[in-house]
Write a protein that binds this ligand. Structure first.
Ligand code: NFS
Length: 682
């Protein structure tokens, strides 16, 4: 079969391992994507497929053509989209549900090994829910909080309590549009019902319902996953860590955690520190036990424990291909079935740890909160025993530093030198134009594109344009590999205004905010910015965009939809699943913008993504009557005044850092082109 010639990755570590895989004749997602062309019916402009009943599957390849039941292009495209939202929302929310159960078990004293590590956050969340706090133990409060969430999964009427975190104006808009989710399970079931053969047949109507389902994910299941992980395992704050395949160690037992749910991986972080197990490892000739991660489980332990990350989604097979992995333990989501074949070529043991996910050929050690620590210890012991079976290893040398752990709490706190725990400095910096706007660049890798290329291109260009970038998921790991998530990156990549802000606060220009469920942290930040004042009153007023340049999963579709329904402009790269329907494409763009103020667009070209992003940010700035972005306005004085920054009076610090927002001051400089600030970007 002819191979499509495409650069597989921009990561030299990945490229080296892939060359070895080719030499050994071992297939990977990279090589399979070259021979497995995506079906054009459903992934591009060649057509659309409906397989919701067995009179089909109906292939629609011409405009105006309908399925056997008469279903139109619009209906089919909307139904497929809605089902992806439902599946993605289910994945996140079911993850959130398990954390609610773990929190409940801890509250009841039924989960030895777990504790409430952030009682402060617990009290904060409980207070938001109106749960009484006075003279009650953390366990009593935790039980009440878990109960609210558990009830809301199956709630039939009413509204999800966490919705209250959204700006008032947003909540009112959702209420008017009937978009407030009632219960998680109810919204998902309703989408599956509505999209069953012979039900909802109005594309706009179907897509409205899909927004409500997605909101149940963003302001429900995913938000719980974030909150409860913080309560149980600690709210992240910045720390130094490392990323890429070079974090694997030749002389140590390597254990890789992969998947999404932090309950067991966090237990493993404890188990690998156990002196008894460390001694056992030494007795087997290893110099220690090296724990590292892949995908979002990696993000969870990276930002809380500083556990190194071996890479993002497309690195899962590559880690095993180094020959140095004793155990890869996987829980749920984004786990390639091919792992088992690759592991079979080496000594690596693949262990499945979720009662929900079994892979034929893998060792199944299902995890329960009650026995989590014991299971973790067993897995570590198994890995140590497997060390002796290791053959030749080929670990790439590449790894980079990164500073993960910018929870929304920390972002509020880090600006608190002057205004304690406030978003005012960030709002002011945006208002002054020192920061042009904010971008959340998130989501997966996709084997159909060059690994990390779009992530890297988009983020570097945004930084050069003074856009502060926040990242989660595989996108965060992607850019960490190229050194964008450290403080020094501000000097190299950020425009002059953003650079000054980064230097003064001491932050990287790209903030790692966590795993994919932690996109809810971005919602919280945007809500707090809207509530703080100065940037409008709603998420849709803020000069901000959301981008998933290399998306591939249904979860990404759910995230994109809840961000749009929350008022954000969302741009997805790679290609469009609804391309064949101009009408559905229009509804999700102009249509949603008119109703909810946010929109979801699929744009393949990263340059076009950047152009639309900057354009949108400038439009929002203009709507807020902020001074037009002017790259020449800041950074003229160099770093000199900032060296003595902290010795200046507070008013001068503020004036220096955030400028004086002047509304009369209309700038006339050219807009929309990137400025040359003399950096040597590669
Ligand atoms: Ni998100 Fe995280 Fe990665 Fe994509 Fe998969 S790991 S939940 S789905 S591939 S970012």
């Amino acid at each position: 079969m002819p191979k499509e010639q495409r650069v597989r990755t921009i990561d030299p570590a990945a490229a080296a391992v892939l060359a070895r895989a080719d030499a050994l004749g071992i297939s990977t997602a990279f090589s399979r994507a070259e021979v497995m062309k995506p079906c054009p019916i459903g992934s591009g402009d060649a057509g659309l497929c409906c397989k919701n009943c067995f009179m089909g599957p109906c292939r629609i390849t011409k405009d105006g053509q309908v399925g056997v039941c008469g279903a139109t292009v619009e209906t089919i495209a909307a139904r497929n989209m809605a089902r992806a939202v439902a599946a993605g929302s289910s994945a996140h929310s079911d993850h959130g549900r398990d954390l609610a159960f773990t929190l409940e078990a801890v509250a009841k004293g039924e989960a030895p090994g777990y504790e409430i590590r952030d009682p402060f956050k617990l009290r904060q969340v409980a207070a938001q829910l109106g749960i009484p706090l006075n003279e009650r133990s953390v366990y009593e409060i935790a039980r009440d909080v878990a109960e609210v969430a558990i009830k809301e999964f199956g709630q039939q009427r009413g509204k999800l309590a966490w919705i209250k975190r959204a700006p008032q104006k947003r909540q009112e808009l959702w209420a008017r549009l009937g978009l407030i989710p009632r219960g998680i399970d109810r919204e998902v079931v309703e989408i599956l019902h509505r999209t069953h053969m012979g039900d909802d047949q109005d594309a706009e109507h179907i897509l409205m319902a899909s927004m409500r389902t997605a909101l149940a994910d963003g302001w429900g299941g995913s938000m719980w996953a974030t909150d409860f992980s913080d309560i149980l395992f600690g709210t992240p704050s910045p720390r130094l860590a490392q990323v890429n395949l070079g974090v694997l160690k030749d002389d140590q037992v390597n254990i890789v955690v992969h998947g999404h749910e932090p309950q067991l991986s966090l237990m493993v972080t404890e188990a690998v520190r156990d002196p008894e197990l460390l001694a056992y490892a030494r007795s087997k000739g290893a110099n220690g036990i090296n724990l590292c991660g892949i995908c979002c489980t990696s993000n969870e332990v990276l930002m809380r424990q500083g556990i190194p990350s071996a890479g993002n989604f497309l690195h899962q097979e590559l880690a095993i291909l180094t020959g140095a992995v004793e155990i890869m333990m996987v829980d749920v989501q984004c786990i390639m079935q091919a792992l088992n074949d690759v592991a079979g070529r080496y000594h690596t043991k693949l262990v499945t740890t979720s009662p929900k996910v079994k892979i034929a050929g893998a060792l199944h050690m299902p995890f329960e909160p009650e026995t989590g620590f014991e299971t973790a210890r067993q897995i570590v012991r198994l890995a140590i025993d497997n060390f002796a079976n290791r053959g030749e290893t080929h670990i790439p040398k590449e790894f980079e530093d990164l500073v993960p752990g910018f929870s929304h709490e920390y972002i509020g706190y880090m600006q608190g030198g002057v205004f304690r725990g406030s978003f005012r400095p960030l709002n002011n910096a945006i208002a002054a134009g020192r920061i042009r706007g904010v971008a959340g660049v998130v989501g997966c890798n996709n084997a159909r594109t060059t690994q990390d290329l779009a992530h890297n291109t988009v983020v570097k260009e945004l930084l050069a344009n003074d856009v502060l970038v926040v990242q989660t998921g595989c996108g965060a790991i992607a850019n960490a590999k190229y050194g964008l998530l450290v403080g020094e990156a501000a000097m190299e990549y950020a425009g002059p205004g953003l650079q000054e802000v980064c230097e003064a606060i001491g932050i990287p220009p790209v903030l790692h905010m966590g795993s994919c469920v932690d996109n809810t942290r971005i919602l919280t930040v945007l809500s707090q910015m809207a509530t703080e004042g100065g940037l409008g009153e709603d998420i849709s007023d803020i000069p901000a965009v959301g981008i998933a340049p290399e998306w591939m999963s249904e979860k990404a579709i759910a995230i994109g939809t809840y961000c749009a329904a929350s008022g954000a402009y969302v741009l997805f790269g790679v290609g469009s699943p609804v391309e064949f329907s101009q009408e559905v494409t229009r509804i999700m763009s102009e249509g949603w913008e008119a109703t909810v103020g946010g929109k979801l667009e699929f744009v393949e070209d990263p340059q076009e993504i950047i152009r639309r992003s900057l354009d949108h940010i400038d439009k929002k700035r203009a709507a807020l009557r902020l001074p037009a972005y002017d790259p020449a306005r800041f950074g003229q004085s160099g770093d000199e005044p900032l060296q003595n920054y902290f010795s200046l009076p507070i008013e001068e610090q503020q004036a220096l850092l955030y400028g004086t927002p002047s509304h009369e001051h209309a700038h006339t400089h050219d807009q929309g082109h990137s400025h040359d600030h003399g950096h040597s970007h590669n």
